[in-house]
Design a protein around this ligand. Structure first.
Ligand code: GDG
Length: 460
């Protein structure tokens, strides 16, 4: 990106939630893939990040060493309900993850989505001039590019879609499918994690809008948009260094002591029905049932970070997980050993890295996941080159982490077999597989990912 231009980021969630306290405003890091990935970028190159917040405001961040400006746009209660809980969480999220049974379409919610997207577009135009690069993120903001382009045709516009883009036969159920596609096609460049999602998007644009496809270019309404696949990376170097800190080492030793030599399997996710937590617990249950010899020899540490608890589907899923943990522990615990250790809270980054380092196996079995950063973070934390990743074939990251044990999360037999294979994998094989995964996660890190987008405008 040329140095004369600034970066204007637009996303529903930002890197911090600000909470007013008696002693001023307190900032809390948000949890979630997008915020974790983009913060190092904007801290490095500067610019403005527009996100939604409880009240309007602008803050230089971080306060002591300002690198970028954070601008909050407030949503009214009605907007939050219609745009966020409604259209984003109850329509687009299940639609894109191919959970058609959970989809709920409501015109009033769509209208609210349009209204909020239009407000974000206006804010972006207030921050950016024509030389600046506007980078819009994720499914809550699909109409923003359209509203920007409508008001200023010469904007430099990119989009990254963080979740899956579904096959056309699923996507076409969305009543506002044309508007959503037109929203995105107002961009110069649209990125998806993997080629399958890019292909699905291109198919939909051709079939439902009559766009002309030419390789990875789409021509529509007198404009050309490039569609690329580039899986998001993590800050490998930062994760690797954190894993090597003396404090991390001390915590790892402490955790090992508490485990008494048992194998530790770790699962970390936001509370979400797409993450396959209940199905995974069934896999563990099946294994303990079929292979009693493994009872008492391993534990699953399942961390579930609270998320979207304003949505009934999420509250219900939490109840189901609570019950399932209780059932497995009730059936198999011998009073001292418990098969599932469950934490329904979020951990500090330092604590999370210590868990990654302690765990012999990472169990990452979403029913569908745009990419999945947890698997990459686990790999980056494995500084001794050992450890095993069990990965769902429906996580976008499966194409990159090919040396993982790949499993079908819908099958308890398959998940149980994958865990069994991991429990028995010799160290030499672990090291061979892990070394290859580490090399790839390191080479395709967050900088690699970002460069693919920021360099785009240098070449056109
Ligand atoms: C979306 C897409 C795509 C979780 N619990 C804690 C914690 N986390 C952090 C993890 C990781 C992030 O949250 C979760 O990222 P994922 O990629 O696994 O999943 P989503 O939030 O659904 O993200 C996804 C991503 O966007 C990026 O494009 O990969 O497919 O769904 O970074 O570490 N972090 C801390 N404590 C926790 O308890 N500190």
């Amino acid at each position: 990106m040329s140095h004369a231009s600034r970066l204007v980021l637009v996303s529903h969630r930002g890197p911090y939630v600000l909470r007013p306290t008696a002693r001023g405003v307190k900032r809390e890091r948000t949890i979630g893939g997008l915020a974790v990935a983009l913060l190092p970028l904007v801290e490095k190159i500067g610019g403005v990040w527009i996100t939604s917040g409880e009240s309007a405001g602008r803050y230089m961040m971080p306060p002591r060493k300002p690198r970028f400006e954070l601008r909050y746009l407030p949503l009214t209660a009605e907007q939050k309900q219609g745009f966020y809980y409604g259209l984003s969480n109850n329509a687009l999220w299940p639609l894109c993850h191919s959970f058609l049974g959970r989809v709920h379409y409501d015109l009033a919610e769509w209208n609210m989505y349009e209204q909020v997207n239009s407000e974000f577009a206006r804010a972006a135009l207030e921050e950016a001039d024509e030389a600046d690069l506007i980078w819009v993120h994720d499914y809550q903001m699909a109409r923003v590019p359209f509203f920007i382009r409508e008001r200023r045709s010469l904007s430099r516009l990119m989009f990254f879609w963080h979740i899956p883009f579904p096959p056309i036969e699923i996507f076409r159920t969305l009543p506002w499918r044309r508007a959503l596609l037109e929203g995105l096609l107002a961009c110069d460049l649209i990125g998806f994690h993997i080629p399958e999602y890019a292909r699905n998007f291109i198919d939909s644009a051709v079939e439902l809008l009559g766009a002309q496809a030419d390789g990875d270019f789409l021509h529509y309404a007198g404009r050309t948009t490039q569609v690329i696949a580039r899986p998001i990376g993590i800050d490998f170097a930062a994760m690797d260094s954190m894993a090597r800190l003396p404090q991390t080492e001390a915590r790892v030793q402490q955790l090992h002591g508490a485990l008494g030599g048992n194998t530790l399997i770790i699962g970390v996710e936001r509370m979400d029905y797409t993450k396959g937590i209940v199905e995974r617990l069934r896999g563990v249950e099946h294994l303990l049932e079929q292979h009693p010899g493994w009872r008492g020899r391993f534990s699953l540490m399942q961390i579930v970070t609270p998320s979207r608890d304003g949505v009934e589907a999420y509250r219900q899923k939490k109840r189901e997980i609570d019950e399932m943990v209780g059932r497995v522990n009730g059936r198999f615990s011998d009073g001292i050993w418990i098969p599932v250790r469950y934490q329904n809270r979020s951990l500090s980054p330092a604590e999370l890295v210590a868990y990654y380092r302690t765990a012999d196996i990472a169990l990452v079995t979403p029913l569908r996941d745009g990419l999945n950063l947890v698997a990459k973070e686990y790999v980056a934390s494995r500084i001794h080159n050992d450890g095993i990743v069990i990965l769902s074939e429906f996580a976008g990251v499966a194409g990159q982490l090919r040396e993982a044990i790949i499993t079908n999360p819908y099958s308890q037999e398959d998940v149980a077999a994958a865990i069994l294979q991991a429990l028995q994998m010799p160290k030499a094989e672990q090291r061979q597989r892990m070394a290859m995964m580490r090399a790839r996660v390191k080479a395709q890190d967050i900088r690699w990912w970002v460069d693919g987008f920021l360099n785009y405008f240098d070449h056109v």
